[in-house]
Ligand binder design. Structure first.
Ligand code: ZN
Length: 320
């Protein structure tokens, strides 16, 4: 029986991209994340759902994508969304990353925020991405990329940005119901950390921007953010806390690799709470994670048709 009833940190971010091959080439080939699961959108099995992360897909390292092709499927980054994907790396790696990105045609600039240096760029669909220099992050990321020295590997997510028109309701949800506490505030940006520890991967930045355009869901935007809890008992405890705080929370959904509940915070952002168990090795060995198409039981009977609908997908391009 777990005593943890509030999230320990970020579990994953799920974003929407337009083209799975371009997405694999960028996030795995160029940025060096490990593909940890190749499956389909459980609500639309004709489209891929790809997961990237560290060696085993540890919560806090996981970024996942749905694919919405076509110009009419494009979204707009704005309020009511998580507005950036923010990774942690060694301070000694920022020059390496800026150079690697620019060598391969990705404009990358430097910025400093909360005293942290970062390389800022955009992914092929326009989602803002940052690599932040973090001195005390013990995570190692994926060490086995063919072309990226292990010392420069992205270690996992550092924080996630939530952009809302008015911050108070979002901040109250984080602090009063989800166990987060404020660690610093600078202008319209406030950083919170989870109850368990004040470290990279457990942060959340709330940005209050009344003039931000309203976010529009679609390719080039983050779809939702998932928070990690250790087990089902913690998830059910959070479901009760959220109900008590007046949130409309979904039933528990079986996502094969975790169990999830969903709710929308007052600023409009879709939140998910996902269990750290059973994890990505539940249906394939760690050594070959992400290489074969994995389908949940309800789709296995239709595997042949699903495979015919999915576009061909090559292993990530090499950017040596
Ligand atoms: Zn999710």
């Amino acid at each position: 029986m777990s005593t943890t009833t509030t999230p320990t940190g970020i579990h994953h971010l799920t974003a929407i991209a337009s083209d799975p091959q371009v997405n694999v080439d960028f996030y795995s080939g160029l940025l060096g994340l490990r593909p940890v699961k190749k499956t389909v959108n459980f609500d639309d099995p004709s489209a891929y759902h790809l997961y990237y992360g560290d060696e085993t897909g540890t919560p806090g390292s996981i970024v996942t994508f749905f694919y919405w092709p076509g110009h009419e499927s494009r979204g707009r980054v704005g309020s009511g969304q998580s507005t950036a994907i923010v990774f942690s790396a060694s301070p000694a790696s920022l020059d390496y990353w800026q150079q690697r990105l620019q060598t391969h045609g990705v404009a990358a600039t430097r910025r400093n925020r909360f005293g942290e240096d970062a390389v800022a760029f955009a992914d092929p669909d326009g989602i803002p991405v940052e690599i932040v220099a973090v001195t005390d992050d013990a995570r190692t990321g994926w060490q086995a990329h063919a072309d990226i020295p292990a010392a420069h590997a992205l270690r996992g997510m550092h924080t996630a940005e939530l952009t809302v028109r008015a911050a108070a309701p979002t901040e109250t949800l984080l602090t009063a119901t989800m166990g987060y506490r404020l660690v610093r505030r600078d202008g319209n940006r406030a950083r919170f950390t989870s109850a368990t520890s004040d470290r990279s991967g457990n942060y959340i930045d709330v940005i209050a921007d009344a003039s931000a355009p309203a976010g529009l869901g679609g390719a080039g935007t983050v779809h939702h953010i998932a928070w990690s809890v250790p087990d089902d008992a913690s998830e059910l405890a959070m479901q009760n806390r959220l109900h008590a705080a007046g949130y409309n929370v979904s039933d528990v959904r079986d996502r094969n690799y975790f169990n999830s509940i969903y709710y929308r915070e007052r600023g409009g952002i879709l939140f998910e709470i996902a269990t750290a168990t059973p994890g990505f090795a539940v249906d394939e060995p760690v050594a070959t994670l992400g290489s074969a198409l994995k389908l949940p039981a309800q789709f296995e009977r239709a595997r042949t048709q699903i495979e015919q609908l999915l576009p061909p997908l090559q292993p990530a391009r090499r950017f040596a």
